[in-house]
Design a protein around this ligand. Structure first.
Ligand SMILES: *Cc1c(COP(=O)(O)O)cnc(C)c1O
Length: 431
């Protein structure tokens, strides 16, 4: 499609957008009384308007039924979490039995490493990407130390080449082959939080299995963003948070995937709790742990229903729309944003560098833009003028036009505000 950087063209794209009615189903913050242009759905998704209904239902059942709500609430609480497995399985490409929702992301990755990182003196290394999300770095280091190894030796980081912003697949595979039999686990962020690069999870998972390692994925920036086929890719385990592209609210619960070949396996250890026991006999309070025959065996505590309610609300919207439609709009709106950036770059004397891969198969919703010569001031200008982006040191803004609620006109308007911001700054300098 031949894009144009005009309001009319953007409005025409909105007119043809089959998802346009969903914009109205989210709450937008306002700046100076005007709805913001929201680019941080990769950090905290907007609140869907149906969330309140789901939360209110729990509040009402609690007030009217108290403890009886466990079994007699409109959506009984004792197995509330099971309602999320089916819709989530469609989003991440899994069987419903392979999905469970519990705790938060870093907690779940630790719990999954109890099962899938069991180092021996011969096989103890973990491969991850360099500059992984900080929580993942802390987690991996603490796990390695917990088992008595030295992170400097046991953690192998895949490197980018000098002067390049993204990882090359051949370098990843080479590292995996080099570490070989010493590798116990490969654990990478499926979509890089900084650059938005999407990894070839299928190929990397296979390469990991070929050297006899387990392969897990942190899907914080992938769930609800890109097409996933966790079951068919033969991924061992994965976890994601629900408050980024999945719009379930700040700090909310995490989804987990455990491939079905690990269900009912005596040789896979796990930290256990009562919500992981067979639901039929759970309340007999038996001393023996009899695991659920699925990923729910990894559950520990009774379900945080007030947290799960917004997640279930959000999944209702995802189910209505489907990942395919979201991805189709995502590809178009991201390309349009990239085009607008390039147009503005030509009009002002500035150089933006999009460090996200330009190949659509290697990116999702996020474009990370290196603002050469532009500083924090420009970012502050954008925020003051109703464009919510985020800033990453040294000089990067991340722009994620979530297809659920961002419009093409937003992209055009953003370009105009960006241009004003740069021109204003330049004129300040010359005064
Ligand atoms: C957002 C994010 C997290 C956050 O983890 P929490 O435990 O939910 O705070 C972890 N890892 C990655 C890669 C992330 O992008």
């Amino acid at each position: 499609m031949q894009f144009e950087n005009t309001k009319q063209f953007a409005q025409d794209l909105d007119e043809q957008d089959v998802l346009r009615k969903y914009r109205d189903q989210f709450h937008f913050p306002k700046v100076n009384g005007k709805q913001v242009i929201y680019f941080t759905g990769n950090s905290l998704g907007l609140q869907p308007k149906n969330t309140k209904r789901f939360v209110d239902e729990v509040m009402q059942d609690w007030s009217e039924l108290a403890v009886e709500g466990h079994f007699y609430a409109k959506k009984p609480w004792w197995d509330y979490h099971e309602r999320l497995a089916e819709p989530l399985s469609r989003i991440v490409g899994a069987k419903p039995e392979e999905i469970t929702v519990m705790n938060t992301l870093t907690v779940n990755l630790h719990l999954l490493m109890v099962s899938f990182y069991r180092p021996t003196d011969k096989r103890y290394k973990i491969i991850c990407e360099e500059k992984a999300f900080p929580s993942d770095q802390y987690m991996l280091k603490s796990q390695v130390k917990f088992h008595g190894y030295d992170p400097k030796d046991a953690i192998v980081e895949i490197k980018k080449r000098d002067g390049e912003h993204n990882f090359r697949k051949e370098d990843i595979i080479k590292t995996i082959q080099e570490v070989g039999e010493e590798c116990a686990l490969i654990l990478i962020g499926g979509v890089n939080y900084y650059t938005g690069q999407v990894f070839d999870m299928k190929t990397i998972t296979k390469a990991g299995h070929d050297i006899g390692a387990f392969v897990g994925w942190d899907l914080a920036h992938a769930a609800g963003n890109i097409k996933l086929e966790l079951h068919d890719w033969d991924v061992d385990f994965a976890a994601w948070c629900s408050y980024k592209y999945m719009n379930s609210g700040p700090g909310n619960t995490s989804g987990c995937f455990v491939h079905e070949r690990f269900h009912n396996r005596q040789d896979i250890p796990r930290f256990e709790g009562w919500w992981g026991t067979n639901k039929e006999t759970r309340f007999l309070m038996k001393p023996e742990f009899e695991p659920m025959p699925n990923a729910d065996a990894w559950q520990l505590s009774n379900a945080p229903v007030l947290a799960l309610a917004p997640y279930l609300a959000s999944l209702e919207l995802f189910d209505e729309v489907g990942m395919d439609a979201l991805i189709q709009k995502r590809n178009l709106i991201v390309s349009y944003l990239e085009f607008v950036l390039k147009e503005i770059d030509k009009q002002v004397d500035s150089t933006f560098e999009v460090i996200t891969p330009s190949d659509p198969s290697e990116r999702g919703t996020q474009l990370s833009v290196f603002l050469h010569g532009e500083g924090r001031k420009l970012f502050d200008y954008l925020m003051k003028n109703g464009v919510i982006t985020d800033w990453r040191e040294p000089n990067v803004i991340r722009l994620a036009p979530a297809p659920f609620y961002c419009s093409f006109e937003d992209m055009y308007n953003f370009g105009q505000i960006l241009k004003q911001g740069i021109l204003q700054k330049t004129s300040e300098l010359s005064n």
